[in-house]
Design a protein around this ligand. Sequence first.
Ligand code: DOR
Ligand code: ZN
Ligand code: ZN
Length: 354
Amino acid sequence: MLRLPGLIDTHVHLREPGATHKEDWDSGTAAALAGGFSLVLAMPNTNPPVCDSEALSSVLQIAAQKARCDYAQYLGAGAENAASISSLAGRAAGLKMYLDQTYGPLCLDDMTLWKEHFSSWPRNAPIAIHAEGRTLAAAILLAELVNRPIHLCHVSRREEILLIRAAKEKGVPVTCEVTPHHLFLSEADIPSIGAGRAEVRPVLASAADQQALWDNLDVIDCFASDHAPHTLAEKDSVTPPPGFPGLETALPLYLTAVKEGRLSIEDIILRCVMNPRRIFHLAPQPDTWVEVDPDARWEIHAADFHSRCAWTPFEGMSVQGQVKSVFLRGAEAYRDGQVIAAPGSGRNIRSHKN
Ligand code: DOR
Ligand code: ZN
Ligand code: ZN
């Protein structure tokens, strides 16, 4: 049995409020524990989105009743809220800025708004950014101009990771994350997944892009699932929303890569625990760990998932390495397929009451 610290997923969509048929704070945090994650940072593109103090308080109230693992909630950057939300930074996981179109209404087209948010959000509080291609280049330029740290989400292409390498070499304060689906899938997998189900932003990239992520692993600070559950009926509809569930498949995929000699256990701990703590200013969770059977071979089947979305792009894949149990602050939270932690036992790590 292998013991790992509780993993941190800095990028999950829990869909509550607004779309609890896809996921809610209960099912999403149950999926997190089943995947070996003891702390998740929840994205703000809910309905309504989390863009002000009222919406933040309301989602935190839901989370307090339903979360089974520890958590924090991001605030979303909007056209009007740069000045008013900076005082909420201490209560939030960070600020999330959508600079390209994706699922939900949050998208900032006007670059003057980017600068406003970069300048008014406290410099020591995290900013996580959805930016692809040339938008990512523009975001890096602006971070350099105002000299503030930014964290770039789900980097997926060769040109992006090479640009981030160059920026880091120049001392620009950028960090980045990569998803398991961009590490383990490419556009070559779209036919077998099915075109609608394979919709995701950023899109699945070329085999060369995928290889570039592996070749530049040293530039990748974090692995983050971008767990973005949509139901199978929605994914198979004529307007499939983009997004893959990821919480329950991420660690087994990484452990399989360890077996194949493509990653080390230290690589996983660095990108799923140590760097997330550093970049997002997260205190270590006391007495919190995951027990993994590194030799267990099993097949991924969404039917076994705790996530409500009931499908996965990795259906039927054979993996090696299985989460056996999770302990959260000294208490057994998960064992052998069963979530033990009760709704409400998770803590808001940004609450000043802790
Ligand atoms: O595929 C995606 N789905 N990419 C995103 O950026 C958003 C996410 C979602 O919320 O469904
Ligand atoms: Zn995104
Ligand atoms: Zn996302």
